[in-house]
Design a protein around this ligand. Structure first.
Ligand code: SER
Length: 595
């Protein structure tokens, strides 16, 4: 079965059973989810619908979601783990009140039918697990009985396990969670069915008003199992890139090859969603992936730039160029491939220079203590495995004691950066560094300017801000003219010159609404929200209006937002729009920088 056949089968199966098909969301979560750098599961873009099913586009949805998980990066290279993968998922919200929603019985029945009837997997290859209760949360007896009834699997093939295995939760306050049922093929975990029947409040799981279903099935794993492939790399998804790697280098180290293929594939998809290598947030993860691939390639004797050449062969099976809006297209062809491949070339050239410099330093070293290994890593970006290899080539043994010292240095450093980054990831930002904070404030100015130039119907549809640029989506039916773009730039730059104060007030959601603040009024906000005003504050204006019993003059910008922001617009520098393009039907995208 080809990857595309499997995708179609999955989507069609659930569509026929009342699910709305939706295309994959971006790998980079939008500002509604500042808690993570990447989308890690199909349910991520939907998580607020479990408590507020009225907001969901449909009570039952099916998707194939692009995901990145870096937690298992050390496992990558084995038969089943990947950094980038597609997750097949079906979802239900608002059970039992919402018509068309469903819960355990249907979800288990669908999964069983899909595996045994649609995919014709022999029952003898299948087994299941369920939650046997732990930590004050009761056993999910209901699921056990349903599995027994529907699947007729013998008792020994339905295994009860604990919280770490069959209970799923995002772990954040007010997020959904619940017991899971997992299906295995040949003892390989394939499908995770989560029954969100709790809500996490004050660190306790309380029964939730609405129940919901969130399932996730590893697409590449399933494809490999169905084709009885040796591992996930022996599927059509990796066929072209695998062949290219062989052609270019005739390498003979399967594990290193797989790591290179995995990392480059993840990097291509991350870049396709707009991230560029940098030292922060998602850009840093991207940089690390590319560097790890280059280091692996070096151990195979690859001394020339190769990433771009392999990258050009990636993503073709994931993208159907003729059907760009097709939900089975999780791919990259919506983006400029040239741009992505230039980035690889640039990044690789830069890193290879660093490596060469590092190798010279290694050569001049007399002694290799843990501290030296760490400094080479920290200051010059030389991965420790390269230092060890070179040191040994030069006749220096690296003892276990030295490695221990290195690891201690590393741990101490990680601890430091963890502390430094606690409280990071606020307000739709990749990080809360100075540059992102400035760009974030610029985004508020820009929205207000867009509304002046294009009309009050314009609202924000999404944003993503890194240290280098801001990306901002808004509704507008046509391409902006160069005059309109210039007017927006001029207004923003004028407001920067006026050095307006940026102030924050906390208020109830109703007051925020009354004040005319922009923002999406839904469950994302608690009872109190932060309202950021640029120009005179709302309460000052209100007071003035009352004093003079005149109308309230609106400040230049007023938005509900988590922050952080600069104190005065004068801190921003010069604002410049570098790109204006279509994002999707009726939605435009602007990229802008501060010079
Ligand atoms: N959220 C669950 C998972 O990530 C099921 O989709 O495994």
């Amino acid at each position: 079965m080809t990857s595309q056949e499997l995708r179609n089968k999955f989507l069609n199966f659930f569509e026929q059973r009342g699910h709305k098909i939706m295309p994959s969301f971006s790998l980079v979560p939008d500002e509604t989810d500042p808690s993570v750098l990447f989308t890690t599961a199909g349910m991520h873009p939907f998580k607020r619908y479990y408590a507020k099913p009225d907001l969901a586009p449909a009570p039952a949805i099916v998707t194939i979601q692009k995901c990145i998980r870096t937690g298992d990066i050390e496992e990558v290279g084995d038969a089943t783990h990947l950094t980038f993968f597609e997750m097949l998922g079906n979802f239900s919200f608002g059970y039992p009140k919402k018509e068309g929603s469903y819960f355990k019985k249907e979800a288990i029945a669908y999964a069983w039918e899909f595996l045994t009837k649609e995919l014709n997997i022999e029952i003898s290859r299948l087994s299941a697990t369920y939650f046997k209760g732990e930590g004050g949360i009761p056993e999910d007896k209901e699921s056990y009985d349903i599995i027994r009834n529907i699947t007729k699997l013998p008792e020994g093939k339905i295994v009860g396990t604990g919280k770490s295995e069959t209970f799923w939760s995002l772990g954040t306050e007010n997020s959904p969670g619940g017991p899971t049922v997992e299906f295995y093929i040949d003892n390989i975990e394939i499908w995770n069915l989560v029954f969100n029947e709790y809500i996490l409040r004050n660190e306790k799981y309380e029964p939730s008003e609405y129940k919901g279903v969130d399932t996730g099935m590893g697409f590449e794993r399933l494809l490999a199992v169905l084709n009885q492939a040796e591992n996930v790399y022996h599927t059509d998804i990796f066929e072209e890139s695998h062949r290219k790697l062989h052609q270019l280098f005739k390498t003979e180290n399967p594990v290193a090859e797989r790591i290179i293929l995995d990392h480059l594939r993840a990097a291509v998809f991350i870049m396709a969603d707009g991230v560029r290598p940098s030292n922060k947030g998602a850009g840093y993860v991207l940089r690390r992936l590319i560097r790890r691939a280059i280091v692996k390639a070096k151990t195979l004797g690859i001394e020339e730039n190769f990433c771009a050449r392999v990258a050009t062969t990636i993503g073709h099976s994931e993208a159907d160029p003729n059907r760009l809006q097709n939900p089975t297209n999780v791919g990259i062809l919506r983006y400029s491939q040239d741009d992505v491949f230039n980035e690889f070339e640039k990044e690789e050239t830069k890193f290879r220079k660093t490596l060469a410099q590092g190798l010279r330093i290694i050569k001049s070293q007399k002694e290799f203590s843990g501290k030296v290994l760490f400094d080479l890593y920290q200051t010059y970006g030389i991965p420790v495995e390269i230092t060890i290899e070179e040191a040994e080539r030069l006749g220096n043994d690296i003892s276990n004691e030295t490695m221990k010292q290195f690891n201690n240095e590393l741990l101490a450093h990680q601890e430091l950066s963890r502390t430094a980054s606690a409280g990071m990831f606020k307000g739709g930002l990749a990080d809360a560094g100075e540059e992102t904070t400035r760009l974030h404030t610029a985004a508020h100015l820009m929205l207000a300017a867009l509304r002046q130039v294009l009309g009050e119907e314009v609202t924000q549809k999404g944003s993503n801000i890194t240290a280098e640029r801001l990306r901002f989506d808004f509704n507008y039916p046509e391409k902006l003219t160069s005059e309109q773009i210039k007017s927006v730039e001029d207004i923003v730059n004028e407001k920067i010159k006026e050095d307006l104060p940026v102030t924050m007030e906390e208020m109830g959601i109703d007051d925020a609404k009354k004040s005319g603040a922009m923002g999406v009024f839904d469950d994302r906000y608690g009872d109190k929200v932060k309202v950021y005003t640029i120009g005179r504050t709302h309460s000052t204006l209100l007071r003035q209006a009352q004093d003079r019993s005149g109308p309230i003059e609106k400040p230049f910008s007023i938005e509900i937002c988590g922050g952080p922001h600069v104190k005065r617009t004068g801190e921003l520098g010069r604002f410049k729009i570098i790109k204006e393009e279509s994002s999707s039907a009726g939605v435009r995208r602007i990229k802008a920088i501060l010079e």
